[in-house]
Design a protein around this ligand. Structure first.
Ligand code: PEP
Ligand code: MN
Length: 351
């Protein structure tokens, strides 16, 4: 929809605009109001080149898009009924709980193996475990490819699917070769379009899923969904959106909790939403409340950092990881809340 700066376009401007949109196979149709006339673009208006050309005309106030810029991830796309299963859980049917250590310590594999068994017993459906870590400081522990074997051993022992973050093509190849079920794109790489293309290409034709975290910079939701579209565009639409907090605005929380974007995402896209309260609030004590808030906002799953002995963890675990006892209680309460919020079947009444 074209909104001119003046109340209507001059005949010369109509000629110019008609010429531009015709190059893209479109026409314009005036919608005449009492005071203002606006102009509908008739045809496929999604071409950015056309929009950019029109926006560049100095007599145009703005262009409002009617069609969604995300052809695949849009709620109204042909994929609207696409379902993603992680292990035994089909997202949307029951609450998915992913839990495990932030980081696998290759020198102490038993911690990861014990944590994995404990999170399974707590009721988690999938394991998380960082093999490669995006660290702010180049001298901090960067992860170790040898931890991949520990991750897969935990998966074999527990029978649970695993999630790990990848940051480059080599990680993607190694993780896929080992049979990692869900590849995570972290908040720092959430807008790395080369990596998004690489991962989309790599998972095409496979059953693998990508969990895409939201970038930390608090960008618009369309930016988050467009990042998912980059991945899906290669043919495998198994993409989960993961809000994980944005730039901190409160002294107490590591990031600004953003689980409240869940209903907004659900209005725009069919993609499942799995919220990560651990990175959002950044302190174990706040995680249960943030997790329950996420469920109340309608998320399809939670991704939680947990450790059998947080103080012996590395990476985020000493601060963020909840213990198996807290996790057990949290999962029970989250599942009960999720069930309570589901639409209830109508109860038959007797006359
Ligand atoms: C993580 O999952 O441990 C992690 C580093 O995540 P994020 O990208 O959300 O910071
Ligand atoms: Mn972490």
């Amino acid at each position: 929809m074209i909104l001119p700066k003046n109340n209507r376009l001059t005949p010369e401007q109509v000629v110019e605009i008609t010429g531009v949109v015709a190059e893209f196979g479109c026409k314009i149709q005036p919608i005449v109001g009492a005071v203002r006339t606006i102009y509908a673009i008739v045809g496929d208006e999604r071409d950015d080149l056309m929009i950019n050309r029109l926006e560049g005309l100095d007599y145009i106030d703005r262009i409002d898009r009617i069609q969604s810029p995300f052809k695949l991830m849009d709620r109204r796309s042909d994929l609207a009924n696409h379902r993603i299963a992680i292990g035994s859980v089909t997202l949307g049917d029951e609450l998915l709980v992913i839990a495990g250590q932030c980081t696998i310590d290759p020198k102490n594999p038993n911690y990861y193996l014990e944590t994995s068994q404990a999170v399974k017993e707590a009721g988690a459906n999938a394991l998380r475990g960082g093999v490669w870590k995006p660290r702010t400081n180049p001298y901090s522990f960067q992860g170790d490819a040898r931890s991949l074997e520990i991750l897969m051993e935990a998966s074999r022992r527990t029978g649970l699917p695993v999630v790990t973050e990848v940051m480059e093509q080599e990680h993607i190849n190694l993780a896929l070769d080992c049979g990692v079920h869900v590849l995570q794109i972290g908040a720092r790489n959430a807008l790395n379009y080369s990596l998004l293309r690489q991962i989309g290409r790599a998972i095409a034709g496979r059953n693998t899923t990508v969990m895409l975290k939201r970038s930390i910079h608090n960008g618009p939701l369309s930016e988050f969904i467009s990042a998912a579209e980059y991945i899906a565009a290669f043919g495998n639409p198994n993409v989960i959106l993961c809000p994980r907090g944005t730039q901190p605005q409160l002294d107490g929380y590591r990031n600004q909790p953003d689980e409240s974007i869940t209903p907004l995402l659900k209005e725009k896209t069919w993609a499942p939403v799995v919220v990560d309260p651990s990175h959002s609030v950044g302190k174990a004590g706040y995680v249960p409340a943030a997790a329950l808030a996420a469920v109340a906002y309608g998320c399809d799953g939670l991704c939680l950092e947990a450790h059998v002995s947080p103080s012996h963890g590395i990476g985020d675990d000493p601060k963020q990881a909840v213990t198996p006892a807290v996790l057990t209680d949290l999962i029970k309460r989250a599942r009960a809340l999720h069930a309570a919020l589901r639409p209830q079947p109508a109860v038959a009444t007797h006359a």
